[in-house]
Design a protein around this ligand. Structure first.
Ligand code: SF4
Ligand code: SF3
Length: 573
């Protein structure tokens, strides 16, 4: 195997024997095969749309979900990937039949393999080939030929890495688009853009650095639209987030913990647990849910439990109820809670029960509820003994922040507010990430910090107080990583007031990345022309120094100085 799609990749180079995340070579091969097969389906869907005006809703939804399943820490179940590949080929056959019925013959170049597919045919041709798929074992063998290594050998590391940058950006944006779709929001232009890029990756044009980079920035533009769509999906369904105090202390009673990003699932679960005597807690990226009026109205959504994703083996083992995994990040479970955990949607763990939507989209969470009722929950004694923690405040979406914009503007003008930091992105377990914890310590008191993503767990329970001379809180959590959209709305509005651009505001972006959603957000920022972004704790392994130089020259992208956060703070101020 060879995988370098996330920040924790082995030695900063690539996971070759087993993933640092626990991904086996078998699952890696199946994921590579799925991405390859989806490139074929995406190509066909692009051709169907552009030559015959055919739009296939099932194909559109499938592509986004299948790509999402290959994101870091989403799915580790090999049999699930065989199902995805089988479905991909079935949908491919159905779409090909529609195209044939419309009298369209595929142009020869559409099925001509590219050198970087090695001995494999063009993915569109592979999908169409009338071969029996065989079992997981057979597909692992085929999948081993579809990884990045073949592309590196033919294209060189820089270009192969830039193709991966595009693929990973697509993974992130497809994940967000899939969340929006769960809430009934989609945009035909987004499906078209994703599929056009998948098509592009299988054409000779993808051997050109400039063309690949151009597609990366276009993916950034698409992701901006997707994050906006997801923000509208969340706010139109659940209302605009409001500043909300959330307890980190459990209550006595039966309990369910909901982790991941999917608010729609949390909502369904809250509905299905009403009146059952079960308290629901958020974990990880689900914390911002407490700010939404349409979710916090449920009195049994009682609080938050635990920290960032990488601590889940500790958090989940210490949770005396059932655990529902809606999206990334999920890790191979410990024996201690194997019986209590359930995966939903694109997530999967080998040997762990999985809850699927039925044909009408309904998800039946009764197995999770049953397990929660069997387990002890938090006993009054355990609650009594637990160390008491302070509440945290969430819910500073763009609406809430813009409602105090006049005070923020006044504070900037009167120099009470010297600088704003946006410290967004992912958390992780590596020691270098202490840089982010330390960074906050060096922030002068006349500064504010906006957080988003699971990186907030470095400081979410610390008291930053208010900006001196004002009643503005210094720490504003804007939400999940996709709420980078909210941050961009606020920055754009501030720039308008000061008659300048985002790059000229007293604002610094210090981003911590881990997985491919963060890659999509970075591409969006670059597409918008945001400069001087600090990125860490390490630069992506898939970007060679040559590729990094391009980004440094064009955008002044700055590697975070993880060894010296004080120096970084000085430079940002
Ligand atoms: Fe390694 Fe990250 Fe790939 Fe997992 S997802 S195999 S940790 S690079
Ligand atoms: Fe975190 Fe996985 Fe990226 Fe959504 S939950 S930010 S790492």
């Amino acid at each position: 195997m060879m995988c370098y799609q996330c920040e924790q990749t082995k030695g900063g180079k690539g996971c070759t024997e087993i993933g640092v995340c626990g991904k086996t070579p078998e699952v890696a091969a199946l994921q590579d095969l799925l991405v390859y097969s989806v490139k074929g389906l995406g190509s066909l869907a692009h051709i169907a749309r552009t030559t015959a005006g055919i739009e296939d809703a099932r194909v559109n939804t499938f592509i986004n979900g299948a790509i999402f399943s290959t994101l870091t820490n989403v799915n580790f179940a090999d049999d699930r990937f065989l199902e995805f590949v089988t479905e991909c080929r079935q949908l491919h056959a159905e779409l090909a039949a529609k195209l044939a019925a419309a009298g369209v013959t595929l142009p020869a170049e559409a099925t001509q393999s590219q050198p970087w597919f090695g001995s494999m045919p063009h993915p569109l041709a592979w999908n169409s080939a009338a071969v029996a798929l065989g079992g997981v074992g057979d597909m692992i063998e085929v999948g081993q030929q579809t990884g990045v290594t073949a592309r590196q050998q033919v294209l060189g590391e820089t270009l192969a890495g830039l193709q991966e940058l595009l693929t990973y950006g697509l993974k992130g944006l497809c994940a967000y688009a899939h969340h929006a779709e769960a809430l009934g929001h989609n945009d035909p232009a987004v499906y078209a853009a994703v599929q056009e890029s998948l098509h592009f990756l299988s054409t000779p044009a993808a051997a050109d650095v400039g063309a690949v980079l151009d597609h990366c920035f276009r993916a950034g533009a698409t992701n901006f639209r997707v994050m906006e769509m997801l923000s509208v999906a969340h706010t139109s369904t659940f209302g605009h987030p409001e500043p909300t105090s959330v307890t980190l202390n459990p209550l006595p009673g039966k309990a369910i913990l909901v982790t991941g990003h999917d608010m729609h699932d949390l909502h369904l679960l809250l509905e299905q647990t009403q009146g059952k005597g079960i308290n629901v807690y958020t974990h990880g990226e689900m914390l911002p849910a407490h700010g939404y009026p349409g979710l916090k109205k449920y009195p049994h959504l009682v609080g938050h439990f635990g920290g960032a994703w990488y601590r889940q083996k500790i958090d989940f083992a210490g949770f005396p109820g059932a655990i529902a995994v809606t999206t990334n990040c999920v890790l191979d479970p410990l024996q201690a809670y194997k019986e209590n955990i359930f995966t939903i949607n694109e997530t999967g763990l080998a040997g762990i029960p999985h809850i699927r939507a039925d044909a009408s989209g309904h998800k039946d969470f009764s197995p999770i509820i049953k397990r929660a009722l069997e387990l002890p929950g938090f006993t009054p004694e355990a609650v009594e003994k637990a160390p008491k923690k302070k509440n945290v405040t969430v819910g500073f979406g763009h609406n809430a922040v813009l409602s105090v914009a006049p005070q923020v503007i006044e504070a900037i003008q009167s120099r009470k507010l010297e600088h704003i930091f946006l410290v967004g992105g992912c958390d992780g377990s590596e020691p270098q990430r202490k840089y982010y914890s330390k960074l906050y310590q060096y922030m002068p008191s006349n500064t504010m910090v906006l957080t988003l993503g699971c990186g907030k767990f470095r400081i979410f329970d610390q008291d930053f107080g208010t900006l001196p001379g004002t009643d503005l809180p210094r720490l504003l959590d804007m939400g999940q990583c996709n709420d980078a959209y909210s941050a961009l709305v606020v920055a754009t509005e501030l720039a308008k007031v000061f008659k300048t651009d985002v790059n000229s505001l007293p604002l610094s972006l210090d981003l911590s990345w881990f997985e491919q959603k963060a890659v999509a957000v970075l591409l969006t920022l670059l597409h918008l022309g945001v400069r001087n972004i600090r990125l860490g704790p390490r630069l992506p392994a898939f970007l060679t120094p040559e590729a990094v130089n391009v980004l440094v020259e064009k955008f002044n992208l700055i590697p975070a100085n993880v060894a010296d956060p004080a120096a970084d703070m000085k430079m940002m101020m």
